[in-house]
Ligand binder design. Structure first.
Ligand SMILES: [Mn+2]
Length: 227
């Protein structure tokens, strides 16, 4: 069987949904999994999600990007400007998953969070957390744009012609936002009507599961395409 490249959207502490997707995907050693960032905050089990991803490194090739939530967390724990606001953007739930004290986040988890990449480019595809400036080559993108910019669905394809896979712009109806040159996989895993989404690049299928324990099935990405 050929190796697969699989992108997983914003996990936000949704360990149940993540476990269901990983089981359905039946990962193999030569698969590459790209986690687009925002693994932490909001949902109930950041700790369990990071444990699972660290474990996953032994089962396949894992690449993870830094989301704006990881950026906020790292800033908050170093006493930066997010220290006061981060708890209300989902940090409270993250800390609860570690027993209520931010000091109890283990070093291995901190290292994992800190090691997220700004973006990843492979096989003619670009992966970013939030967005990229479509007019600029990748060496001119800024970390702020890559992690914070919201998609409107009207953006032009990237100047390189490569499709962009990202998360961050929450799709509250749980349908991935797909338009020419772009795929946004943030389908609000932590919300009542949300789901966690994974895209298999080779066959262009999207797998979805909910934090409430339901596998939603496999749907061709083309069914979500908005032109
Ligand atoms: Mn985000």
């Amino acid at each position: 069987m050929t190796a697969r490249t699989i992108a997983i959207g914003d996990i936000h502490g949704c360990d149940v949904a993540l476990d269901i997707l990983l089981e359905e995907l039946a990962l193999r050693q030569d698969d590459t999994v790209i986690i687009v960032g925002d693994v932490i905050d909001r949902g109930p089990n950041t700790r369990g999600c990071i444990d699972r991803l660290i474990e996953l490194r032994k089962q396949c090739r894992l690449i993870h990007l830094m989301g704006n939530h990881e950026e906020m967390f790292l800033d908050a724990i170093s006493g930066g400007e997010w220290a006061d606001a981060w708890p209300q953007y989902g940090g409270r739930e993250m800390v609860a998953s570690y027993g209520g004290r931010v000091d109890d986040v283990p070093a291995e988890h901190l290292d994992f969070i800190k090691s997220g990449k700004d973006f990843y480019e492979s096989d003619g595809i670009i992966f970013a957390h939030a967005a990229i400036n479509p007019a600029w080559p990748m060496d001119r993108q800024t970390a702020h744009y890559l992690r914070w910019n919201r998609l409107t669905g009207k953006e032009a394809p990237h100047v390189s012609g490569k499709p962009i896979i990202c998360g961050h712009t929450a799709q509250r109806d749980s349908r991935p936002l797909i338009f020419p040159g772009w795929v946004c996989l943030d389908t609000c895993a932590y919300s009542l009507r949300g789901a966690l989404s994974a895209l298999v690049l080779e066959d262009q299928n999207i797998y979805q599961a909910t934090q409430w324990g339901k596998f939603c099935g496999v749907v061709p990405a083309a069914e979500f395409l908005v032109v």
